[in-house]
Ligand binder design. Structure first.
Ligand code: DX5
Ligand code: ZN
Length: 235
């Protein structure tokens, strides 16, 4: 049964780094999940790609189900797929605690966001660097999470697109205390502080964790960098 609350309450623990399971060692998934748990992470970001909405193909419900069996951590599932409404219930059944859909895949996301919440999961709306913030503004009241993409979706290891900073600042003043701003793509020690200062609560990180020898050190350094930024901006 999805736990919307387990994701909504991450806002209160902000800044929260969410490792993105795209660059992890899928041949040793249990080992990587345990390393992340030992590193003290408070959730996992699962990058689902269908090879149609994005030019990459990752995994679907079976892997979400397998990860659900491995951990009690909140599963923040990022649906980079063309037909999110078709699969929302199946991903919730598989164990997703939040489902984030792309406005580029669902020009009228309202019914799907409502469907996700009705299924008991947190509803997220993502938008790409080349999509203006005005496109998602009408749907803010329906979102538990707003995911600002700082790379074009599809691959880890890309360079951070600073267009996300202005979008985070704009949205930071327009969301409520129960809603989370999440940023995804190119988040590293050199970029996380500016995202935190701009208003992000949740930080999706792939290569800046999985490309490093010690996940615990990487996660704690990133969260400390974001926390310092929170302090200097009085958040
Ligand atoms: C890109 C994914 C991101 C990506 C993050 O489509 O949504 O979550 O894996 O990886 P890094 O942190 O390496 O940009
Ligand atoms: Zn993602």
């Amino acid at each position: 049964m999805p736990s919307r609350q387990s994701v909504v309450q991450l806002r209160g623990a902000a800044p929260v780094v969410l490792p993105s399971l795209l660059l992890c060692d899928f041949g040793n998934l249990e080992r990587d999940v345990r390393r992340l748990e030992d590193a003290g992470v408070r959730g996992l970001h699962l990058d689902v790609m269908d090879g149609h909405f994005v030019p990459n193909l990752t995994y679907g419900m079976p892997l979400v189900e397998a990860i659900r069996k491995l951990t009690d951590l909140p599963l923040d599932v990022h649906l980079m797929i063309s037909e999110p409404a078709r699969y929302a219930a199946q991903f919730c059944d598989a164990g997703a605690d939040s489902l984030t859909i792309h406005i580029e895949a669902a020009p009228n996301p309202a019914p799907i966001l409502q469907q996700i919440q009705d299924l008991g999961a947190a509803a997220g709306l993502a938008f790409n660097p080349d999509t203006p913030v005005e496109a998602i503004e009408p749907y803010l009241p329906l979102c538990d999470i707003v995911l600002v993409m700082s790379v074009m979706p599809g691959f880890g290891g890309q360079a951070f697109n600073a267009v996300a900073i202005e979008k985070l600042k704009y949205l930071s003043d327009r969301i409520g205390p129960e809603q989370s701003l999440e940023v995804d793509g190119g988040i590293a020690m050199s970029t996380i502080a500016s995202c935190a200062e701009a208003g992000a609560h949740l930080f999706v990180v792939g290569s800046a964790i999985f490309g490093t020898p010690d996940y615990a050190v990487s996660v704690s350094q990133l969260e400390e960098r974001a926390r310092t930024a929170f302090t200097t901006t009085g958040r």
